[in-house]
Ligand binder design. Structure first.
Ligand code: ATP
Ligand code: FE
Length: 326
């Protein structure tokens, strides 16, 4: 079995996965959303302190599995430096005390493998990652063959939901709150411009849309107008993704496509991508809703692949790398 730890942002999570069967035997996550909500975003120092409290509590529940562990895996990049360190330090301590190797997992690869929890992998696949820190399209052939073909030039898709929610005083994380508010809103009420629609670039940008939404929020008479702003924002934020993907598909038609990352839970986005894929007859892979946001099960699933390839780190060279991406 492999014990995996996730602490790259504001979720403390540990999983136990059986190597041979890929079965998830244990998974527990303690989320810090409530604590950060009052600040409208994640406060790194507070997050680190909460990980230091939560991770040992979860680890204590894993004690019955200790004797069967063959490796300990941990998210080592990318993420907040002060929170990554919490997980990596715990992994080092487990490695020393149980005499087992460490596997350092890239969190974004983790999001990709959230598609395959308790399942076999299905590659090649074109993958859209939409999370709090990233918006990118990747061509994935295997664990070690991941090509990024488009990414955001500024804010990410998920981050723009967080910022719009903050402008409206709704709390954090903004994605689910905006989705809920948008449900009863008019998607056509505000005619926000689709970012980069005149540009031939296959890239993403959310800062301009965010500023246009800010003006609409400031102009609103009261918060009864927020639902139409939220609906129009969600519509344009999604149209930007589908417009650029459509352009990309002209030269790279997809046979299999997936959406991963925290914001892949967005139901409007899922429905629009389904429509986009219809003419291509492409298969759409999605993670279970509970594994879209950060979790340790996805880290454990990547770790199985890395274990089989002997991709271990020594105590000296397992280090955090907050900025590394794919
Ligand atoms: P990264 O994975 O890039 O390092 P992260 O781990 O902080 O960043 P995730 O936990 O993967 O991000 O995703 C969280 C993001 O997903 C937040 O920005 C949140 O608002 C967004 N999100 C969650 N649910 C939804 C939703 N239903 N609609 C839109 N966005 C959503
Ligand atoms: Fe994430």
């Amino acid at each position: 079995m492999i014990l995996s730890i996730e602490s790259s942002c504001d979720d403390s999570a540990i999983a136990i996965t059986e190597i041979k069967t890929k079965k998830l035997l244990f998974h527990k996550k303690i989320s810090q959303e409530l604590e950060h909500s009052v600040y409208g975003g994640v406060v790194p120092e507070l997050a680190a302190r909460l990980h230091a409290e939560a991770l040992p509590k979860i680890l204590a529940e894993c004690e019955p599995y200790f004797k069967d562990l063959k490796a300990v895996a941990v998210t080592s990049s990318p993420g907040l430096a002060v929170t990554l360190v919490e997980g990596v330090t715990m992994a080092k301590a487990i490695s020393i005390s149980l005499g087992i190797p460490i596997i350092g997992v890239n969190h974004l690869v983790g999001h990709i493998y959230s598609l395959f929890i308790e399942k076999e992998t299905k590659f090649p696949c074109t993958i859209l990652l939409v999370s709090g820190g990233h918006t990118q399209v990747m061509q994935v052939n295997s664990l070690e063959d991941i090509q990024t073909v488009a990414k955001s030039m500024d804010d990410s898709f998920g981050e723009s939901f967080d910022k719009v929610a903050k402008m409206m005083g709704l709390g954090y994380p903004g994605g689910p709150l905006i989705q809920e508010l948008a449900k009863d809103g008019d998607r056509k009420k505000h005619n926000f411009t689709i970012p980069l629609s005149q540009s031939p670039l296959i890239a993403f940008s959310y800062s301009g849309l965010k500023n246009a939404v800010r003006l609409a929020v400031e102009k609103a008479k009261d918060n009864s107008e927020y639902k139409d702003i939220a609906a129009s924002f969600e519509h344009i934020a999604t149209a930007h993704l589908t417009q650029k993907l459509k352009k990309y598909f002209k030269t790279n038609p997809p046979k299999r496509f997936a959406i991963v990352g925290g914001a892949s839970a967005n139901l409007y986005l899922r429905s629009q991508i389904e429509e986009l894929l219809k003419p291509h007859n492409a298969e759409l892979l999605l993670s279970e809703l509970k594994y879209c946001s950060d979790n340790a099960a996805m880290i454990g699933r990547v770790a199985i692949e890395m274990y089989e390839k002997n991709m271990f780190k020594s105590l000296d060279d397992i280090d955090i790398s907050p900025k590394s991406s794919l």
